[in-house]
Design a protein around this ligand. Structure first.
Ligand code: ADP
Length: 490
């Protein structure tokens, strides 16, 4: 039977190492706050290298037995974990809202989205096939088998506190790897709750370990993993500078690395598009989590002949969005994650206005609601020299750029070092074929704003990173291929 918990039962404040809850070796703690009010929710372990090392030691001890567990038995554990997450979806959704700020409907949606990866990889655990290689010489048999890479270190961001870590832990455990993880300092509570449910589901002691650390101590704790030759893989979702740092530092022990980094997603609306569908798609993809996702459109290109009509339709919809704390069940946009995030949004909007952008709606903080709220914003007459054109704003701001022809739109869309998500709306089949081939991105939404799915490969090109999460490809990053050559069979 799967146990259902109250929210308060799910709050864990210690590290989880070797199947036990324990404080940081130093005894230090740091505060986790509610972004809506600034109030302290809990004080969690502030880990350092000693805790990181203890987690690695436990993962190393647990690895041989977990690797040798039958795939169907690993799958059964993951299926139990999935059932437990689904059973506790309401409480987990509320916990996400509490520490991250997204409205409850979105928090609960994230739980189900994260759970879908656990189920997917539970099933995939039983489908890790190798190859028998057609015979090349008499008396010799050649085959390729897939083995777990070993200990996996997972480092995750705050914007999807449950889904981002679930879609790393699930494939790692499915493949037979053991895991050491560190969630973001803004949102460790959801990850700790998830690990508690994994323990309930009988993930063996040491197979899954999680430590929390403040921003000041994260670097030192993670550095221990980067230097430790026993850690064979780093999987990271977060900012590009930190991703590059992790790739550089893991080179010392040549770890396998997967990086899911920032984007600067273009959203192109051609004049042959269904405009209502394009507005609806943009609303869905732009305002998820208040614009704080790495696949949120950051630059919206609209063809000149439909520009004013599109801007008008969009501004009306954006103006009607309800900004409120997650405790308000009608909330559509919650607080931003922290003061740093609001400052960046404000900087981008002010810079754009200074350079000639027109505010169609929003354009300012919503200070009456709290320190971290920003009004959903539409800016017309955006140009490439604006900061928001080059950098991800990560907030509820839509800049509208004008273009005249297809070649110009594609050039502008690709004119960035990043390449994660991209979107375009058109009803011309030949154009759809051309544009989808030419966009430099790992994901392309064609007449669709909601593209993420556990069954699809998620990941970027260029400086948005490498590796894929989800789909049949999502296990590859946790496996290595071993070639077996057996002779003397004549
Ligand atoms: P953001 O700017 O969105 O917070 P980051 O890339 O800074 O994104 O953070 C993503 C994750 O990386 C978090 O878990 C954070 O603690 C961790 N992190 C940030 N800096 C470092 C670092 N120098 N070494 C190891 N982990 C880090």
């Amino acid at each position: 039977m799967t146990q259902r918990y109250e929210l308060s039962d799910l709050i864990r404040t210690d590290n989880f190492i070797d199947g036990k809850w324990m404080p940081a070796a130093s005894g230090k703690r740091f505060a986790v706050t509610d972004p809506a009010t600034g109030e302290v929710i809990a004080r969690v372990a502030d880990s350092g290298p000693a805790d990181a090392r203890a987690a690695t030691d436990a993962a190393a001890r647990a690895f041989p037995a977990w690797r040798d567990t039958l795939p169907k038995d690993r799958a059964a554990v993951l299926h139990r974990w999935h059932a437990s997450i689904v059973e506790n979806a309401d409480a987990l959704g509320r916990l996400i809202s509490l520490e991250q700020g997204k409205p409850f409907a979105e928090g609960r949606g994230e739980v189900m989205y994260g759970a879908s990866y656990v189920k997917w990889f539970a099933d995939e655990a039983t489908r890790i096939y190798g190859d028998i290689i057609p015979q090349q010489q008499r008396g010799k048999r050649m085959s390729a088998v897939k083995e777990p890479v070993g200990i996996v270190a997972a480092i995750t961001p705050w914007n999807f506190p449950l889904a981002m870590i679930a879609r790393k832990i699930a494939p790692a455990l499915a493949a037979g790897c053991t895991v050491i993880g560190k969630p973001a300092e803004d949102t460790p509570l959801t990850a700790l709750a998830l690990v508690m449910l994994a323990n309930d589901a009988c993930v063996p002691a040491g197979a899954l370990n999680l430590i929390s650390a403040s921003r000041d101590n994260a670097q030192e704790a993670v550095a221990d993993w980067l230097e430790d030759g026993r850690v064979r893989k780093i999987t990271f979702t977060g900012s590009t500078p930190v991703g590059k740092y992790l790739a550089r530092e893991s080179a010392g022990t040549l770890k396998k690395v997967s990086l899911e980094l920032g984007g600067n997603a273009p959203f192109i609306v051609f004049d042959d598009a269904d405009l209502d569908a394009a507005v609806a798609g943009l609303m869905a993809s732009k305002f998820r989590n208040g614009g704080q996702t790495c696949v949120c459109p950051n630059r919206v290109y609209v063809q000149s002949s439909i520009y004013d009509r599109f801007a008008d339709l969009l501004a009306k919809r954006v103006c009607a969005l309800k900004v409120a704390p997650a405790t308000d069940l009608d909330a559509q946009i919650g607080p931003m994650i922290n003061a740093r995030a609001v400052e960046k949004i404000e900087r981008h909007v002010n810079d754009a206005v200074k350079r000639g952008a027109r505010v169609l709606t929003g354009g300012k903080r919503r200070s009456e609601l709290g320190a971290n709220y920003y009004a959903p914003t539409v800016l017309a007459d955006a140009t490439p020299d604006m900061q928001l054109s080059c950098e991800e704003t990560f907030g509820p701001v839509v800049p509208l750029f004008r273009f005249d022809d297809e070649a110009e739109a594609i050039h502008a869309a690709n004119n960035t070092p990043f390449g994660l998500a991209s979107y375009f709306y058109s009803q011309d089949l030949r154009r759809i074929d051309r544009v989808s081939r030419l966009l430099e991105a790992g994901l392309v939404g064609i007449n669709e704003g909601a593209i993420s799915s556990e069954a699809a490969p998620f990941g970027g090109v260029k400086e948005s990173g490498y590796g894929r999460e989800g789909s049949k490809y999502g296990l590859d990053d946790y496996l290595s291929i071993k070639y077996l050559c057996q002779g003397g069979l004549e």
